[in-house]
Design a protein around this ligand. Sequence first.
Ligand SMILES: O=P(O)(O)OC[C@H]1O[C@H](OP(=O)(O)OP(=O)(O)O)[C@H](O)[C@@H]1O
Ligand SMILES: O=c1cc[nH]c(=O)[nH]1
Ligand SMILES: [Mg+2]
Length: 209
Amino acid sequence: MTVKHIDHPLLRHKVGLLRAKGTSSKDFRELASEVGNLLTYEATRDLQTEKVSIEGWTGEPIKIDKIKGKKITVVPILRAGLGMLDGVLQLIPNAKISVVGLYRNEQTLQPVAYFDKVVKDVDQRTALIVDPMLATGGTLIATIDLLKQKGCKRIMGLFLVAAPEGIAAVTEAHPDVDIYVAAIDERLNDKGYILPGLGDAGDKIFGTR
Ligand SMILES: O=P(O)(O)OC[C@H]1O[C@H](OP(=O)(O)OP(=O)(O)O)[C@H](O)[C@@H]1O
Ligand SMILES: O=c1cc[nH]c(=O)[nH]1
Ligand SMILES: [Mg+2]
């Protein structure tokens, strides 16, 4: 797996605000969405374009660039991935959405899958997974397994914060996947939470703390 740590002042500033204990759900959601937007800008840098002819403002035909092919399906991982979805879709509004639901068992830290509705032509699309946190990596590995079983060949992921332990686990399981992260933190605590981290992103986004 290639990890692209997008080191940008806007991202550093917004991730700093996300880390604060008192950040409200409203502010957390807005910031998660904005960081999702900025990561999408980077992750779509290599999309291919093709020249097409249109009528320009003078009435003469001109050639413009258009994104080529079947493009992208965005894959938010329930619940917390929904907090980044608006920001992602602002830049790629025509993307199809493939929702997957997984939660992490708090005792075993193993992912439990409970829902998936993946687009039928996922074999012809790039999957762009969105989830705020990459901790042990179990949830991401299970999601990539699921997408590959359904025929997906090109997979990328966007994360607000990743732990070195999770990056190592996903690199070993799925070396062909590229992820874009706004921050790489120090480590996991004994409950599998990222330090310094953001806390429980799903609870913060949905106000269920
Ligand atoms: O890398 P891992 O150790 O698997 O942990 C990461 C997962 O944990 C969080 O979800 P959570 O299980 O809290 O579900 P939620 O989004 O419904 O709160 C997070 O949004 C990731 O999906
Ligand atoms: O730090 C963490 C780890 C997993 N899930 C979260 O929401 N936060
Ligand atoms: Mg959670």
